[in-house]
Design a protein around this ligand. Structure first.
Ligand SMILES: NC(=O)c1ccc[n+]([C@@H]2O[C@H](COP(=O)([O-])OP(=O)(O)OC[C@H]3O[C@@H](n4cnc5c(N)ncnc54)[C@H](O)[C@@H]3O)[C@@H](O)[C@H]2O)c1
Length: 328
């Protein structure tokens, strides 16, 4: 973390509400994270079912946090009391200091939405996009004040995963980036300053580089899917949860890592072709948990429990991270 990232002077006042647009997979958890951090949150979704179920989904998340000891159950009513699901965009964003859009991943939708929000808010209100791929220079291109627009890229589930990437664009002001970083840190997030705007930002680029190799190993039949998962979890996965990749190399030695890279890289995939096995999965409708079948099976009656278990596993690791911070 840079010194400026945690400068309390840059944190958005908790007297000013924040807004979240889109309450799907990401938006409801983002609204929850701000409410847990003490902000009054106004939220909206254009789909009735998403708007209508948001508070129940957030309640379920909060109860799970209480179950694993990351929240005191008595705090739940206050946190929920800070969130209002509104009926109009105007009611949602007027008077807010930071608006996070978590709408569909479609550039036209994002541009249009930011264009609708801008005239309803103060010129200093930060407009943050949770896009996984569109740089803010693109989505905020038509704004009158693009200096207040920034990508804040959260990870799923957003109320659990600590990191949020903060990526300014060509015209984003330093003040906007500093306020976004400090505000996210103030609600307990690990806010990462990204200095260059690249497609996929930082984390997803590293993730896709790993996926390319994992897909290729699967495609070549090097090991079964479950053996690949077991191997990575019990080695790289464990190490990466404790140290960053560059610190890992510091311990391994840069000379060793340089030689390993030179030996292995020529034998590894470097192209952008989707491997055959993966194409087959998609063509046969094996899309993963959402279709009931990926490399593993997800019978409909077990899916809610499996997701709850996944989040409980993530939370037990987050708890370890918190206890490390507390004892630091
Ligand atoms: N799902 C992930 O793992 C993930 C991770 C990081 C970032 N993202 C990004 O977050 C954004 C949202 O993704 P998601 O997975 O939550 O999608 P989602 O489909 O679950 O939810 C999107 C929600 O936005 C609502 N919406 C769309 N346009 C709207 C508008 N104009 N006004 C109000 N509501 C609107 C939809 O009704 C829907 O409920 C996308 O940009 C996505 O790329 C997703």
């Amino acid at each position: 973390m840079n010194a400026t990232d945690n400068n309390p002077a840059n944190v958005l006042s908790r007297d000013v509400p924040v807004a979240v647009i889109g309450l799907g997979t990401m938006g409801h958890g983002i609204a929850q994270a701000f409410a847990m951090g003490g902000y009054t949150v106004r939220a909206i979704d254009e789909t009735e079912s998403a708007a209508g179920s948001a508070l129940a989904r957030i309640t379920g998340n909060l109860e799970q946090l209480a179950t694993v000891g990351l929240l005191v159950a008595e705090q739940i009513p206050d946190i929920l009391g800070r969130i209002t699901v509104c009926d109009t965009l105007e009611d949602t964003v007027t008077g807010t200091g930071l608006v996070t859009e978590a709408a569909w991943e479609n550039l036209d939708v994002k541009k249009q939405l930011l264009g609708l929000i801008e005239p309803l808010v103060d010129e200093h209100t930060i407009l943050a996009s949770n896009s996984s791929s569109f740089p803010i220079s693109e989505s905020a291109r038509d704004l009158a004040h693009p200096e207040r627009a920034v990508v804040t890229h959260w990870f799923n589930p957003p109320h659990v995963i600590p990191v949020v990437e903060v990526v300014g664009g060509e015209r984003t002001s330093d003040q906007t980036v500093d306020t976004a970083l400090a505000t996210l840190e103030s609600i307990g997030k690990t806010a990462i300053r990204i200095d260059k705007e690249l497609t996929g930002f930082l984390v997803n680029r590293v993730q896709v580089a790993m996926f390319r190799e994992v897909f290729d190993l699967l495609d070549r039949g090097v090991a079964t899917a479950s053996e690949i998962d077991r191997a990575i979890r019990g080695s790289m996965g464990l190490r990466l949860a404790a140290l960053g990749p560059l610190a890992i190399i510091d311990y391994a030695g840069w000379d060793i890592s340089s030689a390993t890279f030179a030996n292995l890289a020529p034998d590894m995939r470097g192209d952008a072709e989707v491997p055959g096995t993966i194409k087959q999965m998609v063509e046969s409708g094996h899309l993963g948990a959402k279709s009931g079948q990926g490399v593993y099976s997800y019978p409909a009656e077990t899916i809610d429990e499996k997701i709850r278990q996944r989040d409980a596993d993530y939370l037990s690791l987050v708890k370890l991270l918190h206890s490390e911070e507390d004892s630091a």
